[in-house]
Design a protein around this ligand. Structure first.
Ligand code: GLU
Length: 305
């Protein structure tokens, strides 16, 4: 099943405003204007790979399908032209570059939280870079490269709402409804703090949660701090985070189960992005523009199994 909302980056060659790492060239808020100048993505010239490997197949095809989020500011969010932008998009674009593929060879496939393993198993995508927490349950179906970032779960409320100071206060406030996304780790993690299962409402994407907060249908949204930070920044004065992060969410890159050679290749690509400065640049041009974020250091990779 290919999700309906797909977008290709074929317009990249002509569309300067959607060029990789070119957020600063796209105008917009003050924070964007302060971003580092855009860098050209590096594309390996005629790289050679072992015959029959996933890398060789993708390089020969000259095209790659990548799953990412389309509705998460800072990590994966479609711009007005329908092209996604964000830290995940930059990381994925760098990996494609190491395969010898430029941005115009990427087909972006929307990968909602609950669909990520399905997309990989069905072969609809070659990899998924989508705020995707590495965990054992998911490892039963797919292989993760990375991690390339470590986030943590937090709660976002309407600005000035002091009903709760963290997840521990939820059980005592059963009418304070929390929203999260089906198939996400935060939706599972939050259950232990609730007065009853009905205190959690789940939607397909975080945009739906934020709309439900606007409508007053729910009082909070919970997911990874970096995703919530994006919503806080994009809706000035409307929302705030309460309490500290209460989980660790190491972000991995989802691949077909057992493809250890591809996993090792992706880990090498991540190491090379950290070494040549692309990792930091990708952060600074995207999620790093939001207040309160810090430039991360690339975590040590997990073994590819
Ligand atoms: N990192 C969490 C997860 O993989 C939450 C973010 C998301 O839903 O993509 O489930």
């Amino acid at each position: 099943m290919r999700l309906t909302r797909t977008a290709t980056r074929s317009t990249l060659a002509t569309g300067a405003c959607v060029a990789v790492l070119a957020l600063s060239a796209c105008g917009g808020g003050a924070a964007e204007e302060e971003a580092a100048p855009a860098a050209e993505p590096s594309v390996a010239e005629a790289p050679e790979f072992e015959e029959g490997s996933t890398m060789a197949t993708i390089a020969e095809e000259g095209a790659i399908q990548i799953g990412t989020k389309f509705d998460q500011p800072g990590f994966g969010l479609t711009d007005l032209g329908g092209d996604p932008e964000g830290f995940d998009v930059e990381i994925a674009t760098y990996i494609a570059g190491q395969l010898g593929l430029g941005a115009d060879a990427i087909e972006w496939v929307e990968a909602p939280s609950a669909e990520r393993e399905n997309l990989i198993e069905a072969g609809e995508v070659d990899l998924v870079v989508a705020t995707y927490t590495i965990n054992d349950l998911r490892k039963e179906r797919i292989t993760f490269a990375g991690p390339y970032y470590v986030a943590g779960q937090q709660i976002m409320v309407n600005a000035g709402d002091t009903t709760i100071a963290g997840p521990e206060d939820l059980a005592a406030n059963p009418d304070f409804i929390v929203c999260s996304v089906t198939g996400s780790t935060p939706a599972e993690n939050i259950r232990q703090y609730l007065a009853a299962p009905e205190q959690l409402v789940e939607f397909e994407g975080y945009d739906d949660c934020v709309s439900a907060m606007e409508n007053g249908q729910v009082q909070a949204t919970t997911t990874d701090n970096v995703i919530l930070t994006g919503y806080v920044a994009e809706n000035e004065g409307a929302y705030e985070l309460v309490g500290e992060q209460f989980t660790e969410e190491p972000y991995g890159i989802g691949l077909a189960k057992g493809d250890t050679a591809f996993c090792e290749f992706v880990n090498e690509a991540l190491a090379s992005a950290a070494e040549d400065g692309s990792y930091e640049e990708a952060w600074t041009a995207t999620a790093g523009q939001y207040e309160g974020t810090e430039v991360p250091t690339l975590p040590e990779p997990d073994p590819c199994v």
